[in-house]
Write a protein that binds this ligand. Structure first.
Ligand SMILES: [Zn+2]
Length: 445
């Protein structure tokens, strides 16, 4: 069982940063050569280049470690293979084989090329060139590593972990109803139910949308490529990446709680309803925005990944009509609010639990009773981290005070203020109004 650990590298020394950047540029050139060879073969109707053809063509021609070059060739071939498969199975998607010029490619090293000394990862850059030395702690069973740019470099480390022994008394069945307000609702056929709230993720996203709106308004007044445009874009990207990291963290915690509940309840098979049709309904711009940002595909993926080492069989299927039918008398009606009240038989229960109970006939072909016990859980805390709210402000301020603004002296202050408003959206989640930053006051207004 393989997992990936993501280690943000933070502020790198200038030399290391430049070496990674130059290496990624070189990686882009390798990709482009592979693309050219593949394109030529397709145009001339000759045999497509294989792994060994690409390796031979790129060997010793680029300023990178030989195995990094090979891994870029392999990733290119994997891309071609995936495209071929999609073209065969879904011709309506009209997938194109790799055609675009790539400027950068992430650098990867297989396990045998990575050297690790306590707290130090040594990555070779080829004969005659100094190796990259990064400060990071790797798991003891580390495998291949990859350097990825995500608004700052990250080290993605593959590592193996042992899968647990199957539970001896696991024979329960369960269904999961995914939602936007409640991330997941699980119901077992043993009369238990658990609701994991998704309000944390929802409010993080709302804060991000609001902040982006404010940034966008200012950006629309700047000249593209100007210093101010760059500063604002940088702040915006930074906020986006931080929010993404926080959402990913909360999502992992929520799905982990679902699987922990299943393990405790002795679940053997887990059905996850795929809410694909719900998103296609057009319900006004605000609701549409919420729906388009609902990442249920990730929920399904995380649930599958987390259930497999515990020997829980996880599968998906349609969930059409499950949330609009009464679990007692099959009466159909439109739902409003979080509580499901049947107009025919006066049944009353939680809306999402009703959805997951109604999935049983679809998934397992049998009906179950409405659970008597419902557990409510929060995915995780979305409270701000210490100093997080001042990070963007301080940066924007430091930059704007260094550089003279072309729009007059009041501009840097407005920039810092916008950044503070953007950062305050994070603070607002925890219920604390942002404290007025002393550094902001010290700035000449
Ligand atoms: Zn009813």
């Amino acid at each position: 069982m393989d997992r990936v650990k993501i280690i943000p590298l933070g502020f790198l020394p200038q030399r290391a940063f430049q070496a990674i950047r130059d290496g990624s540029l070189e990686g882009g050139r390798i990709w482009n050569q592979c693309r050219d060879l593949h394109l030529e073969a397709r145009r001339k109707y000759t045999k497509w280049p294989t792994k060994s053809d690409l390796q031979r063509a790129t060997k010793g021609r680029y300023a990178l470690h030989s195995q990094t070059i090979q891994m870029i060739c392999h990733s290119f071939l994997a891309n071609v293979e995936a495209t071929r498969d999609l073209r065969r199975r879904h011709p309506e998607m009209k997938m194109k084989y790799p055609w675009r010029d790539k400027t950068f490619r992430p650098l990867a090293w297989p396990a045998q090329a990575v050297r690790y000394e306590v707290g130090k990862v040594i990555l070779p850059m080829g004969r005659g060139r100094p190796s990259l030395v990064l400060r990071a702690k790797l798991p003891s069973t580390f495998g291949s590593v990859k350097l990825v740019w995500n608004c700052g470099y990250e080290l993605h480390v593959c590592y193996g972990c042992e899968s647990n022994k199957p539970q001896t008394k696991a024979d329960a069945l369960a269904t999961v109803d995914l939602g936007e307000i409640h991330q997941a609702t699980v119901t077992t056929d043993t009369g238990k139910s658990c609701i994991v709230s998704g309000r944390g993720i929802r409010s993080l996203k709302q804060g991000r949308h609001k902040a982006h709106g404010r940034f966008q308004k200012l950006l629309s007044r700047c000249k593209p490529g100007s210093r101010r445009h760059k500063k604002l874009s940088h702040c915006k990207a930074k906020l986006r990446v931080r929010t993404e990291r926080r959402i990913r963290d909360v999502r992992h915690k929520g799905t982990r709680k679902v699987i922990a509940f299943c393990q405790q309840a002795g679940v053997k098979r887990l059905f996850v309803g795929n809410p694909d049709g719900v998103r296609r309904n057009r319900c006004g711009r605000k609701h549409n925005q919420r729906m388009s940002g609902w990442e249920y595909g990730k929920d399904i993926q995380y649930l599958k990944e987390k259930s497999s080492p515990l020997h829980i069989e996880c599968f998906t299927g349609g969930e059409r009509g499950t949330s609009s039918r009464c679990p007692e008398c099959d009466h159909r009606q439109k739902v409003r609010g979080r509580e499901w009240r049947c107009r025919a038989c006066n049944f009353c229960g939680h809306r999402d639990v009703v959805g997951s109970v109604n999935m049983f006939p679809l998934a397992y072909g049998k009906k179950v009773a409405f659970p008597a016990l419902v557990t409510y859980l929060r995915a995780g805390s979305v409270r701000k981290q210490r100093g997080a709210n001042n990070l963007v402000v301080a940066q924007a301020q430091a930059r704007s005070s260094r550089a003279v603004s072309p729009l007059g002296s009041s501009e840097p202050c407005r920039l810092a203020l916008v950044a503070s408003q953007a950062a305050s959206s994070d603070v607002f989640l925890s219920g604390n109004r942002p404290q007025h930053s002393p550094r902001l006051e010290a700035h000449p207004l």
